[in-house]
Design a protein around this ligand. Structure first.
Ligand code: ATP
Ligand code: MG
Length: 451
């Protein structure tokens, strides 16, 4: 990927054998993951300091290391081992990523939004790899450490890199965008995630719009055309608003959905994705806009959609006991994403007995009660049973009892009691949806529901 010598141009203070023959093939921040011929970057966190693992890193195959100036170097480190001294290893990791991006010089696509980042990132990479050597964020590595590590993991011949950019607070996306300098940017939607820290949807929009801070403007700014907070950006040159409303600059039309597939048209061209749900159609439309800009034909785009590789626990379908269908979407949740996925389940035609298992959505602060109760608005009479668990999810069942007494709804104290009661519901006619924030670990009940 690069040599220690090249790195000394970025970090001129060093010791050891910093010559051209030492090639770095990877970056390691955690010595539990063995990376041969790697650069060890000891990150300092709130409760840990990886500097103590330098010897371990060398054993695991590190060939050079960054080192924070205010830490003393252990005497046991061989004098020829290359150490590059920096003020802050996290900032230096980001600088290293920037140096490597300049070297590889791929087209950069940045994806942010409250929901659908990982889905859109995976979709984008699936499509673009039909024509380009494409690298993408692994899983959910979307923060100030994950993003540089993603960049540093890309092969030298990468032509397009697709980067997910996540955040909790104002300023974070700005940093990621300035580091990655994306040519194309996508804002999937503005929801309520992280409202605890950000206070209002307007502030959430501001935080997502920080993705424009590092945008090179060589490509497109693609966003949710149904979001009023983003409407002002429609008139911006290179702005592409994809949405279901007529006002969107790229309206999505002629929508048809089955349990497993969606069909729609964009600019009168027909597309098919092997996923159900309006939110997925919208995510796909963002990708089509960018793929078309990058020269892919609609045939190539549809071919890419057919070869999708999605990250785990997103509408993952499993065969359950008694032939029931279990949908594990318990990767994470926000009010918007919970409603979106409930809507998909409401429309499933194959299974008549529809059961929702919903857990707490975290980080909603003072809005927790209202926003949980608001999820009930997405639940229609097509749903037969709603079971909830957690501190706030009971608001969903209470709201349902008031408005839809016909739906069986019950709140549980433990996963075990919930799962026990769920057993009676499992038949070949049943679909069970599992959805909650990551911290709820709702997927733990999967083992009770599947054979
Ligand atoms: P995280 O912040 O946890 O990284 P993410 O933004 O990467 O989340 P995904 O993992 O892609 O989001 O999707 C999470 C859930 O959000 C999906 O399972 C789906 O229910 C919902 N979702 C996906 N796309 C959209 C969208 N465009 N609008 C609303 N909800 C969506
Ligand atoms: Mg994600």
């Amino acid at each position: 990927m690069f040599t220690v010598k090249e790195l000394t141009k970025v970090f001129p203070e060093y010791r050891g054998a910093a010559n051209d023959s030492i090639l770095i093939r990877g970056t390691m921040t955690d010595t539990r993951q063995e990376v041969k011929q790697s650069l060890f970057v000891p990150i300092v966190g709130e409760s840990f300091d990886a500097h103590q693992f330098l010897m371990e890193a060398i054993k695991q195959g590190a060939v050079a290391a960054l080192w924070q100036n205010d830490r003393s170097l252990p005497e046991a480190i061989p004098t020829e081992f290359p150490i590059l001294f920096v003020d802050d290893t996290t900032a230096a990791l980001q600088q290293t990523a920037r140096f490597y991006l300049n070297k590889v010089a791929p087209t950069v696509i940045g994806v942010t939004g409250s929901n659908g980042k990982t889905t859109t990132k995976d979709l984008t990479a699936s499509i673009l790899q039909v024509k380009y050597k494409t690298h993408k964020t692994a899983g959910n590595y979307n923060n100030h450490i994950g993003l540089p590590l993603t960049i540093l993991a890309m092969p030298l011949d990468t032509e397009v890199v697709v980067l997910e950019m996540g955040m909790n607070r104002l300023g974070e996306i700005s940093l990621l965008s300035k580091l990655a300098q994306p040519d194309h940017v996508i804002i999937t939607n503005i929801g309520e995630s992280h409202i605890e820290y950000l206070g209002s949807r307007e502030n959430i929009a501001r935080a997502k719009l920080e993705i424009l801070d590092g945008w090179t403007e060589r490509g497109l700014f693609v966003f949710d055309g149904d979001e009023p907070l983003l409407t002002p950006y429609m008139s911006r040159s290179s702005g592409v608003a994809c949405g279901f409303s007529e006002a969107a600059s790229k309206p999505i039309q002629h929508i048809e959905m089955t349990d497993d597939d969606s069909f729609f048209k964009l600019d009168s061209v027909p597309y098919h994705i092997p996923m159900s749900g309006r939110h997925n159609i919208k995510n796909a439309s963002y990708v089509i806009a960018i793929a078309t800009f990058l020269g892919l034909t609609s045939e190539e785009i549809n071919q890419g959609f057919n070869q999708l590789e999605m990250s785990g626990m997103r509408f993952e379908k499993h065969e359950g006991k008694q032939g029931a269908l279990i949908i594990n979407d318990a990767y994470n949740a926000s009010p918007t994403s919970m409603k979106a996925v409930i809507e998909v389940v409401c429309h499933l035609k194959d299974k008549k007995n529809k059961v929702l298992v919903l857990g707490d959505i975290f980080e909603l602060g003072d809005h927790a009660a209202d926003l949980h109760a608001s999820v009930a608005s997405a639940i229609t009479e097509q749903i037969n049973t709603v079971y909830t668990i957690g501190e706030h999810a009971g608001m969903i069942t209470s709201a349902l009892k008031d408005n839809y007494p016909g739906i069986e709804s019950k709140h549980f104290q433990t996963k075990q009691s919930l799962s026990d009661q769920l057993q009676d519901k499992l038949t070949s006619e049943t679909v069970v949806l599992l959805k909650a924030s990551r911290g709820m670990k709702l997927e733990e009940i999967m083992k009770d529901l599947t054979n």
